[in-house]
Design a protein around this ligand. Structure first.
Ligand SMILES: *Cc1c(COP(=O)(O)O)cnc(C)c1O
Length: 458
């Protein structure tokens, strides 16, 4: 028999989590204005809100914290991080930032101007936020297959080259400062981009003289999928694949809270000295001196170690296969999900789950609330609330997909937790016909409203 994959680690320290009663949860979610971001973590049993900064660091990473060099300038921790970025990702220049969106803020302060157009594959919400905040627009060129959860495609994060070429050709009057490729593509379901697609996008960008920037939060999970699914990569190591992937980028932004397995941190990688120098000015304004940019020395050390651990095959296998385990349990119960399963999360298709709920009732948010009430499991809405209003018309945007995302923190939960989550969601599924109304908005922020929105039951 083939031996099953098993976690390539054992547990050295544990943190207690508590179960609650349905009655308690009814009260708590009401107090939270039906926004799961407003819940206290102690009111949650299994927290799948995000995989961002919620992973478990290794003993080696914790040891690195003790070796942190907190010098203001030129700390050894800065050089440790610089070496890791050079060795693993291949970038000569980098700037630390306090997290991924700070990397976007610094880089886009140089690159993005009013009326610019930035094509990409379903830009992440903070990325789109930073583009629209500068009165520029993000154009989604993801392949159509990504938007149909019933179609199987190995690389649903891919950019449609015809759509991209059309944008590049049609908008020659507008400035296009860069193409952003998000690996893996968070908004379309943690779906990978193939090596061939990365190569083709880069070739097209060069033809038009445009920069390619990778939004790289889950680059290692992307490399794992390339190894598993793309012909010619089976025998390559993750680190070899990662190197080749980044050879098709001019720069990168990174939220280290994902695949670098730290609780806080980010950076920008550059090939070009000139762009690095221009961005350095904004790092100093927004983040801090260029050798720490919003990070402590100890955190830079843990990040460097995390980049190495996060690009090891046994770790990635247990990580991605745990996500698939949750997905397959849900499939057994008939719960409709986005397939193939993504690298960091399972995306439940809320429209297929609750087909009779009108979109104005915020279908995925309603499902997130129901799952919390059922089992104290916290997921997150990726749907109309996250999509914000159209910046020009101020109308609600209703995206094609209404998803409930269940994101798995790295090295944090066991498969027993996955079973618990699957049964909780199956229970909601079995009483789905009783769910006939959702929520309406009471208060919202003008941009990125999902974090603070206040809702009431209809
Ligand atoms: C998380 C994330 C970001 C933003 O990073 P933060 O560290 O949360 O600021 C940007 N892009 C993608 C694809 C992400 O997943």
């Amino acid at each position: 028999m083939q031996l099953p994959y098993a976690e390539p680690f054992k547990i050295k320290m544990v943190e207690t989590i508590k179960r609650s009663t349905r009655q308690e949860r009814e009260e708590w979610i009401k107090q939270a204005k039906y926004n799961l971001f407003n819940l206290k973590s102690e009111q949650v049993f299994v927290d799948l809100l995000t995989d961002s900064g919620t992973g478990a660091m290794s003993d080696k990473q914790w040891s690195e914290l003790m070796l942190g060099d907190e010098s203001y300038a030129g700390a050894s921790s800065y050089y440790k991080m610089k070496n890791a970025i050079k060795n693993i990702l291949g970038f000569d220049y980098f700037l630390p930032t306090h997290q991924g969106r700070a990397a976007e803020n610094v880089l886009f302060s140089v690159l993005v101007k009013e009326n610019d157009i930035v094509p990409g594959n379903s830009h992440f919400d903070t990325t789109k936020g930073h583009i629209e905040f500068r009165k520029a627009s993000a154009v989604d060129c993801t392949i159509d297959e990504a938007f149909n959860t019933t179609i199987h495609h190995d690389f649903k994060g891919n950019i449609d080259l015809n759509k991209l070429e059309k944008v590049l050709t049609d908008h020659q009057a507008a400035r296009i400062p860069m193409i952003i490729v998000t690996i893996t593509c968070n908004s379309s379901g943690g779906q990978p981009v193939s090596m061939q697609n990365l190569k083709d996008v880069y070739a097209m960008a060069k033809k038009f003289g445009i920069l390619v920037v990778f939004d790289s939060a889950r680059f290692a999970e992307n490399a794992y999928f390339i190894k598993k699914r793309e012909p010619g990569y089976q025998d390559k190591s993750i680190k070899e694949i990662v190197k080749e992937m980044f050879s098709y980028a001019d720069a990168m932004t990174m939220s280290s809270k994902k695949d670098a397995i730290v609780n806080m941190g980010g950076f920008i990688g550059f090939r070009d000295d000139d762009l690095f120098k221009k961005a350095s000015v904004f790092t100093i304004i927004y983040e801090g001196f260029i050798t720490y940019g919003g990070m402590s020395g100890r955190d830079m050390n843990a990040l460097a170690q995390g980049l190495d651990e996060g690009t090891e095959f046994p770790y990635l296998e247990s990580r991605v296969e745990q996500v698939a385990y949750l997905g397959s349990r849900l499939r057994e119960f008939g719960v409709p999900t986005q397939e193939p399963f993504g690298g960091h999360a399972i995306f439940v298709d809320a429209k297929r789950f609750l087909p009779n709920l009108p979109k104005e009732h915020f279908v995925a948010q309603t499902l997130a609330i129901e799952l919390y009430l059922e089992g104290g499991v916290r997921g997150v809405e990726i749907g109309a609330i996250l999509a914000d209003r159209d910046p020009k018309t101020r109308q609600n945007r209703f995206p094609e997909l209404e998803l409930l995302r269940l994101a798995l923190p790295r090295r944090t939960y066991t498969n027993n937790h996955m079973d618990y989550v699957a049964v909780a969601l199956a229970n909601v599924y079995n009483r789905r016909n009783e769910i006939t109304s959702g929520v309406r908005i009471l208060k919202e922020a003008p941009i990125m409203r999902h974090f603070t929105v206040e809702l009431e039951r209809i």
